[in-house]
Design a protein around this ligand. Sequence first.
Ligand code: MG
Length: 463
Amino acid sequence: MLARTLLIAAVFVIFTNLSQAADSRPNIVIIFADDLGYGDLSCYGHPTIKTPHLDRMADEGVRFTQFYVAASVCTPSRAGLMTGRYPIRSGMCSDKRRVLFPNSGGGMPESEVTLPEALKKQGYATACVGKWHLGHLPQFLPTSHGFDSYFGIPYSNDMDRVNGAPKGRDSFWDPKVEYWNVPLFKDQTVIEQPAVQTTITKRYGEQAVKFIEDNKEKPFFLYLPHNLPHVPLFRSKEFAGHSERGLYGDVIEEIDNTVGQVLNTLRKHDLDENTFVFFTSDNGPWLPFKTHGGSAGLLREGKGTTWEGGMREPGIGWWPGTIPAGQITTELASTLDLYSTCLLMAGAELPADRVVDGVDIRPALMGTGPSPRDSLIYYRGEQIYAVRQGPWKAHFITQGAYSGPGRVEHDTPELYHLLHDPSEKYNVAADHPEVIKQLRKLTQEHKKTVKPVVNQLEIPMGE
Ligand code: MG
């Protein structure tokens, strides 16, 4: 009897190993923070915020120093990640309303081929745990765009402010859960309102771990976009007073803890060598919120702007055994590229009937060659404010974030050499007219590929 049991067990082990070997497609995990700046992690130089799990992730993988998002505010940035396309192509950016609001009637169009939708077609189990912000009406929710399940607050945690809460920014300095009536969804149903934000980061971590454990036998895609450190800042009682950086540091350190929980779960179930994990943030720090906002480190400005601080983010890739440990790369990459790269890793083809702006950055991740990306378009709303190619960045239009300097159109764009001058301090336009000519040409070529579509951010509720 014992011999027979052992035999069955041995056959089972062999079969399981064979089936895993036959399926070389990795699991994919994308962890996204909200409004976390380039300078907010210890592995990116923050002097008092401690992020041991992200630091270990970087030590065991690759850390990008020139990683970008598709826009400097939430909704268009996330649209870029989910589609691999500049948000202008899906109608998910606007000059009038910069993001979706609880009274918005639009969202990610059904015609877009989202990352989860394409991975699901490849047989992946898919889950979104966290902030969506691509439409909160049923037809736009994650479960309508390729995710098998959803758990999270569907938009920013400062929306739905209740009457009677302190006015303006006063409600943020000592935030209370009851000031914001934001809903917490499970799939398409509101299960809590207001969402208890003090425990939201912790619960997102628990949900992420549960999804991995429930799906460890098949390929899975976990998208974990935290609502924090977007203001108002909340953390669980275990993290109160955790950080020398104060409340903002507590919040980052709790997010870091969830990264540790995810990576440790993968290690525990021997999934680490078959899982690609990427960590980044949707846009730069919200600087007008002072110590409740983060830091872009040495980069200029923050959220809402097309200066580097608005759109360059930490970017950490991890896949033990495939991504060599301890790399720091200056190769250019974008969240747009995560779309293309993840689809190709999963054995899918990129949609051929539309422009996909993302490129395959596996050479940069694996350290086997350069990134194919050499340029970036910096949109603010629907307008191109700046363009980068190689080390050069031209600003055709400049503008501060919210209360900062107004909009200025430049006849001769401002020009910065981002390798020599990452802080964008020294305008060298006068010395390089040929570079400006080339960047203008690149901009015109890009514009020719953009077709008019319905603007989703300007559709009111009820239409
Ligand atoms: Mg954001």
